[in-house]
Each structure stands twice: as structure tokens, then as C-alpha cells.
Design a protein around this ligand. Sequence first.
Ligand code: SAJ
Length: 422
Amino acid sequence: MVVTVIGLGYVGLPLCIEFARSGLTVVGIDVDPERVRRVNEGESYILDIPDAAIQELVRSGHLTATTGFDVLSTADAVCICVPTPLRKSQDPDISYIVSAVDEIQPRIHPGMLIVLESTTYPGTTEELVLPRLSESGLEVGRDFFLAFSPERVDPANTRFGTRNTPKVIGGVTPQCTEKATALYRHAVDTVVPVKSARAAEMVKLLENTFRAINIGMVNELAIMCERLGVDVWEVIEAAKTKPFGFMAFYPGPGLGGHCIPIDPLYLSWKLKTINYTARFIELASAVNSSMPEYVVGRIHEALDQCQRSLKGSRILVLGIAYKPDVSDTRESPALDIMGLLQKRGAEVSYADPYVPHIEVLGQRYEAYDLSRGLESFDCVAIVTHHARFDYHQIAREARLVFDSRNALQGVPPGPGCRIITL
Ligand code: SAJ
């Protein structure tokens, strides 16, 4: 059986590895020749995949990569793992899915299985992918098979990977579901068939909307607690002692990453096209995107209390990646915070062991070397709490810390250090 995967990113490449490890012949397709070269030379560019894992499968002939699409003409299956970002207008950008489907359509043949994995709004598989593939004259469920199966890859998660994360699969017809579950049984331990592609699309959006809304709720709770003079972190820790019916989320500087801030907007966009307003999604999105401004306001207040104005103050932002212990800065609220501080005239620097340099509002920044000490900063803002930071050094050397992650909990402040927590 020849399986092809379009898109060799943090979703597609691990999927190739699991299919190839099961003994299938796998051809990875990517538009980036550099990625294709690195796969064929056994060089990993994905944090969770060691070079050896690729080398072994390339050497055994189970895995190859190419920029060409002609292999689809003889492939038994193709999995589409391409990005689904938002446009500047905040509308879904499904152009990568369309490009992939347009490469498949002229190469579709009897018996072929097509599975879409990219996160998208409910209806994409049936309303957008199916018509294009049906232009071939072949009939879905009889001549070719089409399903949706959401990716559940969590970068840097050492416990759950492609193989041991249950895989939801929804076909356009029952035969499609059957074909797709048979394929995925090669790559994952547990498959979870659902009644339709639309249901499978919705499962993924429920998963990530659940997170975005709960994070929004706890961010608003943090704002409420600050006004009430209550320690939100203590409140959450105490609520966590409830052994049932509660799941802890934590306030922070906003919502980053290319999943959680974006996926729910795919759902609310789709509902708008059928005249429904997804109120929880829109409210959570408003609260989460207001957090960078809220953090800068709290820093401004803290400096005022030390008779310092924000303008001209030297501020160090600690942690630029969108979440701890990753290098990905996509949608990171830390970038918004730096931009807001820059606009208000502060002298901004950042430090992040995973991100050597960044550009914010057209200005390029090199990561600050923490071994130079923190004494020269008027305020140090902990925005992303990487495990690799030395929090005792921060509490010892900084004069003022705004801690948006409660990362200094239990760390005694140095004699001249004032710590304010979100
Ligand atoms: N965040 C908070 N408070 C929280 C949790 C997260 O402010 O309590 C922030 C993070 O700092 C980050 C953003 O939200 O900026 C998203 O964080 P995340 O923990 O949800 O991590 P992601 O974006 O990597 O989400 C992925 C998702 N995986 C997939 O989409 C396949 C998500 O479904 C996973 O649940 C999540 O990882 C995970 O659990 O780590």
C-alpha cells in the first residue's frame, strides 16, 4: 500500500513516520524543497522527531519525500496536512487545502482514499473538497473514498504522540469511514469513528474552543480578582482541590499559538454564514485579545507607583514564544506586549532561550543575554515562563517584576525586588 502525505510539518511528518514504521510505503509531499531534501537526507526539522527515526525509514525505503504530486496517480491514499491560518480579515484561509485538492483531482483514480486532517470549519470536506474531487466523474463511497480526521498533535508533548493519541475519523459515507479507519489502524493505537466528516470537523473545534473559552473565562476572573483584592492564583489552586467537576485553566498575557486563538474563529465564521452569532467564542476572543493591553496597563501602574513613567523606562520581556518550552512565536501575546510598550515609548528588550531574534512593528530585536544581569531594567515582565529561566536570579537581580504567569510563586524576592503578579 502506498500512502502519501501532503504537508510535512509538525503534523504530516510524524504521521509519515508512523505509517512507514507500520511497513507501508510512504511518500511525503511538500512544496518546500528544503524540507524534502532534509527528509531524504534523514535530517529532522521537527522538535519531537530525532534524525535517527527518519534515517532508518529512508534507508529501508519505507519513506521518501518529493515536491512533485505525480505519485498521487498511483497512491492508494493521501492525507492532507496543510496549514489553515486566518486571513488579515480574520476570515478562514483555506487556500492551502484548495491547492492540495487541486493537485489531487486530476490524479484521482478508482480505490483512492483521501483524508483531510487540517483543522477547518464544519462542512469543508463535504461542501468544498467533495465537489472538486467529484468533477473527476468518479463517485464517492464507490470509486473513491473521502474522510476528515482532525490532527491532535501537541508539539513538545512527551507523553502523547501520533501513535498513542486516539484518532477521530468521519467519512462522507460509511464506506469512506471504514476505509479511513482501516488506514489509520496502521498508524495509531485507537481509532474513533464518527457518523460524518462534518461531525469529525466539529469534534476538533469543540476541543479547541473549549480551551479558548475557559482561558478567556479565567482571564476575566483574574481581572475581577485584582479589583476585589483577591489572589486569583490561590483561588484556582484551592478550586483544584475539588476532585470532580472542575478543570484548572490559568490566566496569562493572552492567547498564542496557531491552534487555540484561530480554530474557534473558523467555527464562529461558519455560523455567521448561516446567520448565527457564536457568542461565547466572540466574547472569549475579545477577552483573550484584550490581555496584552491589560498587562501593559498593569506594568504602567506598577511603574507609576515607583514614580517612574512608562515612557523612557527600560523594560525586559521574558519569554517570547507562545507557550513555555517551545520556540514557536506565532500569535504570541508577548509580541503584542512588546509592540504596545514600544508604542508607548518604553525602551523594550526581550530574552528567550528559544528565540534568538524577532521583529516587532518593523523593529528588529536580538535576544538579551541574561548573564549580563537584570539590574539595569526598570521592570522585568515574565510573559512566557520557560522552565530554563533562572527564577531565583530574576527575583534576586530585578528591581520590579510583573509576573503574568505566577512563575515566581514560592521564590523569595531579593532585598530590592518588588513582585507584582497578574
Ligand atoms: N494558555 C493560557 N492558560 C491556560 C492554557 C493555555 O493562557 O490555562 C495559553 C498558552 O500560554 C498559549 C495558548 O493559551 O498561549 C494556547 O496554549 P495551549 O496549552 O492550548 O497549547 P497549544 O496552542 O499548543 O494547543 C495544543 C492543542 N493541540 C491541538 O490542537 C492538536 C490543544 O488542543 C491541546 O489541548 C494543547 O496543545 C495542550 O493541551 O497542550
